[in-house]
Design a binder for this molecule. Sequence first.
Ligand SMILES: [Zn+2]
Length: 356
Amino acid sequence: MDCTKTLRLRIKDKHARVLSAMAREVNQVWNYCNETSHRAIRERSRWLSGYDLQKLTNGFSKCDGVQIGSPTVQQVCEDYAKARKQFKRTKLRWRVSNPKSSKYSLGWVPFKARALQYKAGQIAFAGQKFSLWDSYGLGDYELRAGSFSEDSRGRWYLNVVVKVQAKASSGTASIGIDLGLKEAAVASDGQRIVGRFYRQLEGDLGLAQRAGKKQRTKAIHAKIANQRKDMLHKFSTALVKDNAAIFVGDVASTKLVKTKMAKSTLDAGWASLKTMLEYKSQQAGIVFEVVNESYTTQTCSCCGSIPASSPKGRAGLRIREWVCGDCGAVHDRDVNAAKNILAAGHRRLAEGISGV
Ligand SMILES: [Zn+2]
């Protein structure tokens, strides 16, 4: 079922200048989308879709000196609309092209599938050829959508989704994360953040609250917050270090509705874990995507069916382990969900293939 993965390859430094110039064009498109979209919302209460923005930017790629082709311009429009929706904002951050600015946006150039060709050790894209350190043997893969990205040291990388023939190796370069209820997060490789690690402190908190000790209560709250933050930092740093692509499920309003657990606590944890993963991924120049997590819990990550035996609804929340009635695979509920999120992420990155 999951037959794609994301590879990350370092591009030779001599191409940095061309790529930075392309990234400036991407930023122009992004900022134009940001301004136009914001004005449409403010003045006409109209939310422009990715398609609307594509129509408005049609022709940009034909302007004098512009190198990025129309598929990349379209991809930026799509990504802009997606991000605006995801972050529920009427306006996003500007992309800053000046490397001397403290707000500089690390270079990013997305591409659709087929906009990229591999030939004799080089990548051809938008009329340019790029040499890279090909540690994977790219010639053996079918290349799909992806991006070029810059890291904080000015190095450029190719992040590309590929179709894989064989089973994914244990050293797979991407990971899916399910933001569940019991634990804050479970990864598709089985790593997890242990839930309710501050149970001891919670006991203390209850005591202090009942005794009306305000200072003490405040101090314990702060301690819990610090411990949680520290844990999330360690978890996110390790994930970014080990992977070329990270996919997170878009939590879970449905999950929250079904529970009486401290919503604010979990909410805060999820939001900050996502934020950390996002900016750390950006700094490291790896792919970070939030994907729709519908049915990720019920679907068998081995055979892709939704068997009668899978966890569903409120009762399903209590099921930790289950066996797929269709293929016999034994699943940990959250790891299975994380695997499905990983597969959904790959599919979404690969969708570029039908986009243009
Ligand atoms: Zn199955």
